[in-house]
Design a protein around this ligand. Structure first.
Ligand SMILES: [Zn+2]
Length: 116
């Protein structure tokens, strides 16, 4: 998988972790009595910040925009030739390129990754 995609996926994972900590729903499904330590939260925030420095600012801005708009699932899997985010069929050329390059869906703008 493309290195940039790996980094973006990792960033998205951090955002989900940090959001879950705040989420009542998440606490309700079994984490009510388990409070993450301040040490954990600080570490996660620090690691997230470190990660953002590795990402091109333009790309990061695009990531933040998509995250804000959809509230998650910024980096999505391509299912055959379909975008896993908006379910639209991608142009064949794009579906091939996402195997090696960082490309985004022309319809929803999400970053695409391909899994064999
Ligand atoms: Zn899409």
């Amino acid at each position: 998988m493309n290195q940039k995609i790996e980094t973006l996926r990792s960033l998205e994972e951090f955002d989900h972790i940090l959001r879950d900590i705040e989420s009542e729903h998440y606490q309700a499904v079994g984490f009510k009595d388990i409070q993450p330590s301040d040490e954990f939260i600080k570490t996660a925030e620090k690691e997230r910040a470190k990660l953002t420095k590795k990402i091109d600012p333009k790309l990061l801005a695009q990531y933040e925009r998509i995250m804000k708009r959809y509230g998650g699932r910024v980096v999505v899997q391509v299912i055959r030739e379909f975008c896993g985010g908006c379910y639209v069929k991608l142009p064949s050329e794009l579906a091939v390129r996402c195997r090696t390059e960082l490309v985004s869906c022309p319809n929803c703008g999400r970053f695409l990754f391909y899994v064999k």
